[in-house]
Design a protein around this ligand. Sequence first.
Ligand SMILES: NC(=O)c1ccc[n+]([C@@H]2O[C@H](COP(=O)([O-])OP(=O)(O)OC[C@H]3O[C@@H](n4cnc5c(N)ncnc54)[C@H](OP(=O)(O)O)[C@@H]3O)[C@@H](O)[C@H]2O)c1
Length: 248
Amino acid sequence: MKIGLLGLGNIGSTLARRLPTAGHLVRAANSRGPETIDEDILSTGTRAVTAEEAVRDVDVIILSIPLSTLPKIAELLASVPSETVLIDTSNYYPSRDGRIEAIENGQPESEWVIEQLRRPVIKAWNAVGAATLENRNLPAGHPDRIGLPISGDDPEAKRVAATLMDDSGFDAVDAGWITDSWRQQPGSPVYCTELSAAQIPAALETAQKERLPKLREFAAAILLERWGNPNVTTDPGYAVKLSRMIYM
Ligand SMILES: NC(=O)c1ccc[n+]([C@@H]2O[C@H](COP(=O)([O-])OP(=O)(O)OC[C@H]3O[C@@H](n4cnc5c(N)ncnc54)[C@H](OP(=O)(O)O)[C@@H]3O)[C@@H](O)[C@H]2O)c1
């Protein structure tokens, strides 16, 4: 597939390195321009381009930028054909994104994103921590392979997203419509807990919407305290253990 990727941070940089290894043609952009993109990110064949070039003449666009910056790219996407599949990895963290009243009042994050972009998205890769995405990818059929939820309203676009998820080393699990996509938001039992595909449907069922923001903030506060403290060493699996303890 021809893929345009916007955002080359924790999540986007891993997708940029991995998706070409499955035969995809990837063009990627950050906010500062192609000359600022690290050579290492391009080592498997991804091409560094401008944001305008990244979204032109592609089958799929993956958005991996902070949620609060998504409204700014609505204009950029306005001329993208409607059949181009849009996949969004974003999550809402008020400490980073600022307070968004509609989401605070219970609107699923992806519904808000769709309103801002004025086009449908598939929600995918939002529920995997950056370290898990980078280090825990496994071939299809491996008994330890991790599953990840995807939500969306267009079955064909979802199928495309599931294929790319598979190519990134994870099993895709259909988590339903966008209206139900809060079940995979931060604070939910499937969020960064490294479940198998078989465990995900039951975990989605047990999610309790009104508890999610509180649980998200508990976990974020603990992680920030640890990461900001030079006297504390945090083992690489700590964030997943914490997520399991708090979210499940
Ligand atoms: N970190 C995680 O573990 C994790 C897990 C799952 C989902 N997510 C979600 O995935 C999204 C990306 O997270 P991240 O941690 O990878 O973010 P990040 O490390 O902060 O990187 C953000 C990237 O977006 C780029 N960007 C910002 N505005 C842009 C624009 N208008 N056009 C093109 N690129 C733009 C930035 O480019 P510059 O550097 O040039 O500004 C940067 O490359 C967020 O919504 C996050 O909530 C994160």
